[in-house]
Write a protein that binds this ligand. Sequence first.
Ligand SMILES: [Zn+2]
Ligand SMILES: [Zn+2]
Length: 351
Amino acid sequence: MSETTIDQNAATEPQAKKKSASSRIWHYVPPNVPLKHAAYYQLPFSMWNSIKYLLRAWSPLTERFFILLVAIAIWTWFVPSLDRTVTFQFDWMFEVWLRNFILVLVIAGGLHLWFYTFRKQDDELRYDTSSLKSRAKIFHFKNQVYDNMFWTLGSAVLVGSLWECLLLWAYANGYATMINFSENPFWFIGLMILIPIWSGFHFYWFHRALHIPFWYKWVHSWHHKNINTGPWSGHAMHPVEHIGLYSDAVLYFFVASHPVHMLFNLLLHTIAGPTSHCGYDKLKISDAFKVQLGDFMHQLHHKFFDCNYGTYEDPWDKVFGTFHDGTAAGDKLINERRRMLIKKNLKKSRA
Ligand SMILES: [Zn+2]
Ligand SMILES: [Zn+2]
């Protein structure tokens, strides 16, 4: 999963479409294909490219920056004071849950209305035009959107809120060490920059474990029912997966932080879940103004299953040969790898 940048590559889009034979599979192939990991994972390492990458990733027109603003707004106006969070009490925990419920309803619900109910941009910039499934037995309520909404609002919001409550309790009781910007400005900013990288590392290994057959069968297959995805699919998961997804928040028991760091970290899941699964590369306000939302790397994972377990912020898909860069060559590589695995398993079963 990843976040947003305002589209500065609109002029290169037609070329990008021609560039990849994957456009036979996809209705729309984004201009950043062939996909690349963050600059700090490119060899030879370039400090200048890494700095440029970070400046772009944190520019005020990115989803990442928007998530930071939401984290600051929540800390300023919508978090119970730490004197109240010293003990677990229903009233303040309910407030946290209600605020997160409304936030997810507005973001996932708003995107669903924009793209799928009112079809504000038809299929423009949509990766895959196959419809979200209704009358499909595989989904709870036999309907993909109802199923996705149920697990998002019923489980993801609750689990994410419980993680937040646990950390607010820990800050209030000194189990999580609290710093502030004025006393530790360098660590405050440094940690903020590290959070998407930490979250990416955590996501890869947790997600990779979910693809072990036992866990895939009982837990992760719920998320993979969504071969094509919509905004509500981002958190359409087994509750066990929600617990693991948000568990990168344990970091704040071990490193000194401000609650804004913790909120930003949790919101990377809460907000980027719906945006990265929205099914469209960009939300088009006008020809000149488009907001990057979709995550083609993760969309490829939903389509092909055994590639792109991580994000642009971790190097492991590249290291372990499971990276699909969105091109026809990427299709070939993944198919070849799959054939080799089948061969290997056949040999094993005959031995
Ligand atoms: Zn997904
Ligand atoms: Zn998966």
